[in-house]
Design a protein around this ligand. Sequence first.
Ligand code: NAP
Length: 257
Amino acid sequence: MISVMVIGALGRMGRTVCDAVAADSGLSLDVAVDPAFADTDVAGGFGHSGVACFASLDEGVDAGADVAVDFTTPDSVYGNLLVCLDRGIHCVVGTTGLSEQQMTELAARAGGGKANCFLAPNFAIGAVMLMEAAKLVARQMPSCEIIELHHDRKLDAPSGTALRTAELIDAEREGQPQPPGPAGDPARGAVHRGIPIHSVRLPGLVAHQEVIFGGLGQTLTIRHDSLSRQSFMPGVLLAVHKVSGLDGMVVGLEKLF
Ligand code: NAP
């Protein structure tokens, strides 16, 4: 039985993760951390019995969990992961918005026989398949743009999924003539690895992404839609089960298949 701590347990993703962990016979939801637990009424209405609830990770980190799952905010995730890794707690990370420098630091801290860190910008299998398909298409049709669409409470833009998709596509285009990128015009999107990314934020959306490839006289569009947060749960549970057997820091759900 793997003992699990959910950090950000009262957020949109955190609540869904708590339900999924509690329903998995191989996992035990033992610790939940969220600032809102400072309100005892909130803690009382959490809906999971026998779980130690804390308002700060400094308290929760000593409660003995094997694996921490972080779905918090771009501002807090890095500090949370440093605390957990230093205490030998394996980390499964869904929070997006970590900088490249922070990722490098985390990779240096993870592993070494202590605690591993698994990070996926998108835990939905369909989104992973979109990225794999985009890599295939990019070899023959290197010109593309990404449109990512999310709910209006999302804090970071572009999304971690869009950034990762651009990196994977760009790696496939290596050695080929690069399509010219837009020259700093904001109306043409944020450019990452030479690929314009357009971010849409609207109520009603969950998490969606299109990659549009253009070639001579044709376009090819690949699209994925997460219609509910349940779409991320099989990937999160897979990572929780596998993280202790990884080596150091691993990025991308496709690495677990
Ligand atoms: P959310 O509803 O705002 O939830 C975040 C929760 O974390 C809030 O309850 C927040 O409390 C809490 N929190 C903030 N700082 C904390 C800390 N230091 N310790 C403990 N809890 C803390 O956000 P969400 O929609 O669940 O999304 C969370 C993250 O997951 C975002 O970065 C999002 O982009 C990402 N995401 C990833 C995937 C994926 O597949 N990888 C899928 C969906 C979402 P307060 O409200 O009091 O600050």
